[in-house]
Design a protein around this ligand. Structure first.
Ligand SMILES: NC(=O)c1ccc[n+]([C@@H]2O[C@H](COP(=O)([O-])OP(=O)(O)OC[C@H]3O[C@@H](n4cnc5c(N)ncnc54)[C@H](O)[C@@H]3O)[C@@H](O)[C@H]2O)c1
Length: 259
């Protein structure tokens, strides 16, 4: 493991949806920054392999199967953090799905609920169940993964945009409630980043190649983002380097929403 600036020494972090993409990159970065990490996902094999790799490189890492829509899964995973690492300082509410590319007039309620339950209920449950554990430590940091699509709309992605917009204001409400507890709560808003989520959405699209070019053109820096570029922002918000930030929206989008 690359032991870079150990800004998170002695901290314990839970990262949801850590088997892939931004969650995996964030877990690697937090571990490299000195945190003990609990990596969770519905993909148990994925997080088990990641934890084994991080541990064999000298880090402290364990894995858990975890569906973020299930309250009892949250209770079990928080208890695991307490039993294994003695507490929790950092929560990265990252698990999320893109949903189907369906216009509103053809969208059914089940599709709507599926996206909202993972992307928004999952973040609420994370706050609800991890909050008391972080309070016991005398404070900490929560990073909620929203999106540029929590700030601007996209045709065909209404449930996703609604869920990510919801994450922004849920974040601000939690930040206000928990400021006296010294629990900072911030949201991050990545542009389109090279991960399986984006690859799969493009594969489902009738002309994925053209859509990809359109997406690239939407980012003034002329490319899609890399997962490590988002992980760097997560590590910054997790650490004391961002000690005066709470309730904020950190945009990492190559200029997408500056236009
Ligand atoms: N990739 C992007 O361009 C982009 C941009 C902005 C925001 N985001 C957000 O970043 C987060 C991660 O996205 P990604 O691109 O890394 O996606 P990804 O598909 O690569 O990874 C998502 C992970 O979440 C897990 N997951 C799905 N449902 C779950 C559930 N119910 N409980 C627990 N885990 C579950 C999956 O198994 C997967 O490992 C999501 O919230 C996504 O909306 C991604």
């Amino acid at each position: 493991m690359n032991h870079e600036g150990q800004t998170l020494n002695g901290k314990v972090a839970l990262i949801t949806g850590a088997a892939s993409g931004l969650g995996e990159a964030s877990a690697r970065k937090l571990a490299a920054s000195g945190a003990a990490v609990l990596v969770s996902d519905i993909n148990e094999a994925g997080v088990t392999a990641l934890a084994a790799e991080l541990a064999s490189a000298g880090g402290s890492a364990i894995a858990a199967r975890h569906d973020v829509t299930q309250a009892h899964d949250w209770e079990r995973v928080i208890a695991l953090a307490m039993d294994s690492f003695g507490g929790l300082d950092i929560l990265v509410n990252n698990a999320g799905i893109a949903g189907d590319n369906t216009d509103l007039m053809n969208l059914d309620l089940e599709q709507w609920h599926r996206v909202l339950s993972i992307n928004l209920d999952g973040v609420f449950l994370g706050l609800r169940y991890a909050g008391p554990a972080i309070e016991k430590r005398g404070g900490g940091s929560v990073i909620n993964v929203s999106s540029i699509l929590g700030k601007v709309g996209l045709a065909g992605a209404a449930p996703y945009c609604a869920s990510k917009g919801g994450v922004s204001l849920l974040t601000k409400s939690a930040a206000l409630e928990w400021a006296p507890l010294k629990i900072r709560v911030n949201s991050i808003h990545p542009g389109f980043v090279e991960t399986p989520l984006v690859d799969q959405a493009l594969e489902k699209h009738e002309d994925g190649g053209a859509m990809r070019e359109l997406l690239v053109a939407g980012h003034p820096l002329g490319r899609l983002g890399q997962a490590t570029e988002v992980a760097n922002a997560v590590a910054f918000l997790a650490s004391d380097e961002s000690s005066f930030m709470t309730g904020s929206e950190l945009v990492i989008d190559g200029g997408y929403t500056a236009q």
